[in-house]
Design a binder for this molecule. Structure first.
Ligand code: IMP
Ligand code: MG
Length: 174
């Protein structure tokens, strides 16, 4: 493993991420058709770079929206409470929704979010997460996972610690 300028250990390089995201884009493209009227919804803020790269690898026509969910505050352990701000404005009734998450840790965010989107009338809700820490055995299994990640605290490529490091093109452990 190599370190970055701040001495953090690089866990997934820019190239590793980009290869995997293109693969995921192909798999997602195979899973939907135009009739699904797919809506890709990014969970802000952590998913913004993953979503930006992923949608450019999805060949099926789709719309893009975002919602805001937060469980950590500035801490490195989940607060145990998920705060939702700003539901998607797109009408998802009768449409397939793909929820895009940066990382699944306890699984709590997704376990609250999926029923919420289902209750808005989506015909189907799938989850894609770039990283999965596999912390809890009960957590909902996303349809697609980029990488089974170490349980350490990760930053970069959208992931933050107290809002720092989101811009890094790679993922590092701090
Ligand atoms: P969960 O609800 O415990 O699954 O936590 C999911 C959310 O916690 C993610 O959407 C992230 O915003 C945040 N999170 C979990 N692990 C990390 C990490 O290693 N780095 C940065 N954010 C994290
Ligand atoms: Mg997040």
């Amino acid at each position: 493993m190599t370190g970055d300028r701040a001495g953090h250990e690089i866990v997934y390089s820019e190239e590793t991420i980009s290869t995997r995201v293109r693969e995921l884009g192909r798999e997602v493209s195979d899973a939907y058709s135009e009739e699904d009227r797919l809506v890709v919804i990014g969970v802000l803020k952590g998913s913004f770079l993953f979503l930006a790269d992923l949608v450019r690898a999805i060949a099926v026509p789709h719309e893009i929206d975002f919602l805001i969910a937060s469980s950590y505050g500035d801490a490195m352990v989940s607060s145990g409470q998920v705060e939702f701000r700003c539901d998607p404005r797109t009408d998802v009734k009768g449409r397939a929704v793909l929820l895009v998450e940066d990382v699944i840790d306890s699984g709590m965010t997704m376990s609250k979010l999926v029923p919420r989107i289902e209750s808005l009338g989506a015909s189907r809700v799938d989850v894609i997460s770039l990283l999965h820490k596999r912390v809890s055995a009960e957590s909902l299994e996303p349809r697609w996972v980029g990488f089974d990640a170490p349980k350490s605290f990760l930053v970069g490529y959208g992931l933050d610690h107290a809002e720092a490091f989101r811009h890094l093109p790679y993922i590092a452990s701090i």
